[in-house]
Ligand binder design. Structure first.
Ligand code: NAD
Ligand code: TYD
Length: 359
């Protein structure tokens, strides 16, 4: 079996669902269930004996040691993290605690377990660390996309904490020989995406008749990948990646934020037109920019394609349509994640940024 951490979050849950849809190999899912972790994401696995959910912290060494000893996974895939840049600006401490200290403790627990395995189990064991392109910093408009050789230049508390965790993973390989793999992926979107991030926030705000808050001039560029393509890349790297290597994951889909917001609005105009006949884009509101906002991310994913033959299955057009359709069909999921804590966050983040202008 495999041990997945953070498997109740956006990407982790998609990974677990996809894994069990295409494999009979069981999954132990260790997740702290922070505000971002949601067992509703895994509802379709209720009663499925191949999925063992354990609520807990990757920094709980005793718990991780017990899970490793009890389940003897052949691989650990680490999704667990604090993942939202804006939250990291308001309160960086949890990011250091989980992304840095938590990853360190997880690595140590895994190293102790791995050291005690017999030679054949040791040989097949893998620790795959899921990371982000944000560790590389920000690109100017004409710079080439990030390769795996790009220096780490993180700019936000979030990206700095992820960069630190990537360094720890690298060091545990070089120093202790731990069989690690690291993936650095671009921005994901798709089902179960928590509506604090750009795309799901725009969908739920649009449907609720609320402003669509675009930071700064809306010309910051992100490189978007449908979440299921990220999951297939992780499966491929786990299967055939070279030990100690990092693999960039991306779909060559660079787009400015304002274009993303307009695309979401146009799809909603088509699929769920406003009752008053107005267009959703009329809800776009430019608000104060994010401090230290990275201008552009772009991933060069040629290594993954050339070495492991991975390619995304979705284009942005097909992926974004599926995503909007998913949100329209899952109003119950949206309502369920919009708890008091979610509303508090929206109030904290957007009350201060709201001195903007309607588009
Ligand atoms: P998410 O915030 O939706 O989910 C994170 C999950 O980790 C949640 O279920 C949460 O409960 C759990 N968690 C948090 N702290 C924990 C702890 N101490 N112990 C155990 N579980 C804990 O994040 P996501 O968007 O699914 O991202 C998953 C991973 O992928 C992260 O490592 C992130 O850095 C990376 N990543 C994300 C993106 C993206 O666009 N979302 C892109 C590239 C890489
Ligand atoms: P986000 O989804 O938070 O991902 P990241 O910061 O990790 O790239 O944001 C994506 C882009 O959208 C980023 O440039 C910030 C911008 N953004 C807005 O303009 N308005 C918003 O309300 C949010 C959440 C993000």
């Amino acid at each position: 079996m495999i041990l997945v951490t953070g498997g109740a979050g956006f990407i982790g849950a998609n990974f677990v669902l996809d894994w069990l849809a295409c494999s009979s190999e069981p999954v132990v899912n260790l997740d702290k269930l922070t505000y971002a972790g949601n067992l509703h994401n895994l509802r379709s696995l209720e009663g499925d004996a191949r999925h063992v959910f354990v609520q807990g912290d990757i920094g709980d060494t005793a718990l991780v040691a017990r899970l490793l000893a009890e389940h003897q996974p052949r691989a650990v895939i680490n999704f667990a993290a604090e993942s939202h840049v804006d939250r990291s600006i308001h309160g960086p401490e949890d990011f250091i605690q989980t992304n840095v200290v938590g990853t360190f403790r997880l690595l140590e627990a895994v190293r102790k377990h791995w050291s005690g395995l017999d030679a054949s189990d040791k040989g097949v064991f893998r620790f795959l660390h899921v990371s982000t392109d944000e560790v590389y910093g920000s690109l100017a408009a004409t710079d080439p996309a990030f390769t795996e050789q790009h220096p780490f230049e993180p700019n936000s508390p979030y990206s700095a904490s992820k960069a630190a965790s990537d360094h720890l993973v690298r060091a545990w390989h070089h120093t202790y020989g731990l069989p690690v793999l690291t993936t650095n992926c671009s921005n994901n979107y798709g089902p179960y995406h928590f509506p604090e991030k750009l795309i799901p926030l725009m969908i739920v705000n649009a449907l609720a008749g609320k402003p669509l808050p675009v930071y700064g001039d809306g010309m910051q560029v992100r490189d978007w990948l449908y979440v299921k393509d990220h999951c297939s890349a992780i499966r491929r790297v786990l299967e055939a990646g070279r030990l100690g290597e990092t693999y960039n994951v991306g779909g060559w889909n660079e787009k400015p934020n304002i274009e993303i917001v307009n695309t979401v609005c146009a799809l909603l105009d088509e699929l769920r037109p406003r009752a008053d006949g107005q267009r959703y884009a009329s809800q776009i509101t430019y608000v104060t920019d994010r401090p230290g906002h990275d201008r552009r991310y772009a991933i060069d994913a040629r290594k993954l394609e050339a070495e492991l033959g991975w390619k995304p299955a979705e284009t942005f057009d097909t992926g974004i349509r599926k995503t909007v359709e998913w949100y329209l069909a899952h109003a119950d999921w949206v309502a369920n994640v919009q708890t008091g804590a979610y509303r508090e966050w929206v109030q904290t983040q957007y009350a201060s940024a709201a001195q903007g202008t309607a588009a």
